[in-house]
Design a protein around this ligand. Structure first.
Ligand code: SF4
Length: 378
């Protein structure tokens, strides 16, 4: 298929039967990644602070300064999460937090340096765009200077969270205090110029229209044409529980919306090497099925996670669960690093020995408030 312009893309996204999108997406996926391999990463996703002044209406994770359950961790406390990840046999730690004005860039730099000194085998995948933007702002330095400091400290990849929908109109409606879509792009653009690799994400299923989704994807594609610094595109659906936005958005977007977005993004983002499906954000059954809609990556084990958990969305998987899910979906699992380089394959390996700290038990899958979590059915 030749490259779709935004108008053609919108038309296809809105009108094509899901089965057609799926067929075309699988064709593109097989051209870009011509094997039945699906990659995943062994990772964890702890947080260093939940203090945040941005008040996104879709977020249940943040607390204002002074709230009784607000926290900001010391470097040593964050290192205890790194230690937990090491003991669990993980390879990457995706560390994020709220937009906390008390934390200047020196704190972030020290986190990276200390993590690398003490845990050289754990890849730091730290700080989303808005956290870096705010650290630069409260430190009175430019964004470029902040990114350069993080690069000098040894950071090489940055997670793509906080993009939501890259549309000014939607951003103003759901997160008016956050930097605008151009700000998110600017962080990634400068990061790519320095040499960082980053992911790109999209959170849909709230107030957006198909036009906004096209705007988001087109923005990513244009940027990737200029500097190919995005490793992967990962969409996920908005989870409404305990968020202010639930009063406006009554329903979860559902599986067909997910499959459509995944398949369409595989077609439209023709300059992205990887599209990530997620057992975690959409649930295991949908996650496995979604591997047939153009995705070639299955995300991470995310042994520790608090942002989705705050919305009562609880879903857990360990190393063996990842192998099991990918195989059940009809693919061959391969472990990757945060640059999407394959570091282990599993031909002839049925199960692996998982350290106790990295195992998931049935109890882990139970939601804390007795609310039925349908996400974790196998
Ligand atoms: S999504 Fe991030 S920036 Fe928005 S309120 Fe939550 S923690 Fe703050």
């Amino acid at each position: 298929m030749t490259r779709l312009n935004i108008k053609e893309g919108l038309d296809l996204f809105k009108t094509a039967p899901l089965g057609e999108l799926q067929k075309e997406a699988q064709k593109v996926r097989n051209q870009k990644n011509p094997s039945d391999r699906v990659t995943f990463v062994l990772d964890s996703n702890p947080n260093y602070t939940n203090v945040c002044n941005i008040d996104c209406s879709f977020c249940a994770f943040y607390r204002h300064t002074g709230a009784k359950d607000a926290y900001t961790k010391t470097i040593e406390e964050v290192m205890s999460h790194m230690e937990k990840a090491r003991r669990a046999g993980l390879k990457t730690v995706l560390l994020q937090g709220g937009v906390n004005d008390a934390l200047k860039i020196d704190y972030h730099v020290l986190l990276v340096k200390t993590a690398l000194e003490r845990y050289p085998d754990l890849h730091p995948h730290f700080f989303s765009a808005v956290e870096i933007w705010n650290a630069a702002r409260v430190s009175n330095i430019t964004l470029k200077e902040a990114l350069e400091k993080l690069w000098e400290a040894g950071l090489r990849t940055i997670p793509g969270g906080g993009a939501e929908i890259l549309s000014e109109k939607i951003r103003l409606a759901i997160s008016p205090k956050k930097m605008n879509p151009n700000g998110w792009m600017e962080v990634h653009h400068l990061a790519h110029k320095i040499g960082f690799k980053t992911t790109a994400t999209m959170m849909y299923g709230h107030l957006e229209e198909p036009e906004d989704i096209l705007e988001h994807l087109d923005c990513l594609r244009r940027h990737q044409d200029l500097i190919p610094g995005f490793t992967s595109f990962i969409p996920w659906s908005y989870k409404r529980h305990r968020t202010a936005l639930r009063r406006t958005v009554k329903n979860w977007a559902g599986k067909d919306a997910y499959y459509r977005i995944l398949a369409f993004s595989r077609i439209y983002l023709d300059n992205f090497d990887h599209i990530g499906a997620s057992w975690f954000s959409e649930g295991k059954e949908i996650g496995m099925e979604s591997l047939h809609y153009g995705a070639d990556d299955f995300g991470g084990t995310i042994i520790e996670e608090n942002v989705h958990r705050a919305t009562e969305w609880i879903c857990k998987a360990d190393h063996n669960d990842m192998l099991h899910m990918i195989r059940t979906a009809g693919f061959n699992p391969a472990q990757r690093d945060s640059f999407y380089k394959v570091i282990r394959t599993y031909e002839g390996v049925d199960r692996v020995e998982v350290p106790i700290e990295g195992r998931v038990t049935e109890a882990d899958n139970l939601p804390p408030l007795g609310i039925l979590a349908t996400c974790c059915k196998k």
